[in-house]
Write a protein that binds this ligand. Structure first.
Ligand code: MGP
Length: 242
């Protein structure tokens, strides 16, 4: 089904891609294996979505490392659905919530979840994630996953990315707002994020785990795991190899 709204795209030809997004044409099947089944995208989603093999790998890691009592996962910045779809497909969660502020982006997420056969396994909320997560306060079975905007594509202009100036929400804001609901928080951040800054948010006497997620041998991003995630040591992961 073709999108019927401006700002939602289903490009099937390289010539349809704006010049600044052309590199993503060549990555489209890495980003969505089912791209040709009619995936919908917004322009920003091309650089913001988590590529499918990485989303799947993150879903496996969270599923395995979270304690069994955790039965709800909230994708706080669901975008066009990459991570929420992977969480739903994992079958690990009693409930998967996908929160997205932008209605067009949310429309894409719902449509893409249908393509992947999991639209009924995800509860979608359009709105501000910091407001919506307040509904879950009091529940102790929640994990929050956040793949926030990084302030555009210039995050790798410097060798080390300063997470205190990340826009529109810096690490401090994300951590403080999410930790009012749960201390089990996974954040998907630039691969060059300042690990010293991140380490300051590890709970007293504990470490935060960080995993790099790679495709074709190169890190695309990292996830930081705050809270009780049980990993057998750190690892560097090549999602494309699995
Ligand atoms: P990229 O900027 O396309 O870099 O992002 P890449 O492919 O390594 O290209 P190179 O030319 O720098 O080598 C790589 C991945 O980072 C994307 O696939 C997204 O998963 C993630 N990503 C990039 N941005 C700008 C964002 C963002 O703003 N938010 C989130 N959550 N993820 C992003």
């Amino acid at each position: 089904m073709a999108p019927d709204e401006e700002g939602i795209d289903q490009w099937l030809d390289v010539n349809q891609f704006p010049e600044h997004l052309k590199k993503y044409w060549f990555q489209r099947f890495k980003i969505w294996q089912k791209y040709n089944e009619g995936v919908w995208m917004t322009e920003d989603a091309w650089f913001g979505v988590t590529p499918e093999p990485i989303a799947n790998k993150i879903a496996v890691h969270i599923a395995e490392a979270a304690s069994k009592e955790k039965t709800i996962i909230i994708d706080a910045f669901a975008g066009v659905g990459g991570n929420a779809i992977a969480f739903a497909r994992s079958g690990r969660w009693e409930q998967v919530f996908a929160i997205e502020k932008d209605p067009k982006t949310m429309k894409c997420a719902k449509h893409n979840a249908e393509i992947y056969g999991v639209s009924k396994k995800i509860v979608f909320h359009t709105g501000d994630c910091f407001d919506i997560i307040k509904r879950f306060i009091g529940k102790n079975n929640v994990v929050i996953f956040g793949s926030p905007p990084w302030g555009g594509t210039e995050y790798n202009a410097d060798n080390v990315f300063d997470v205190s100036v990340m826009q529109p929400y810096n690490l401090d804001t994300l951590y403080k707002k999410f930790s009012k609901l749960t201390k089990h928080i996974v954040l998907y951040l630039p691969r060059n994020s300042d690990l010293n800054q991140i380490a300051r948010y590890a709970p007293e006497g504990k470490k935060a785990e960080v995993a790099h997620y790679c495709m074709l041998g190169a890190s695309k991003a990292l996830c930081v795991y705050f809270g009780d995630f049980d990993f057998e040591g750190g690892e560097e992961v090549d999602a494309s190899a699995s």
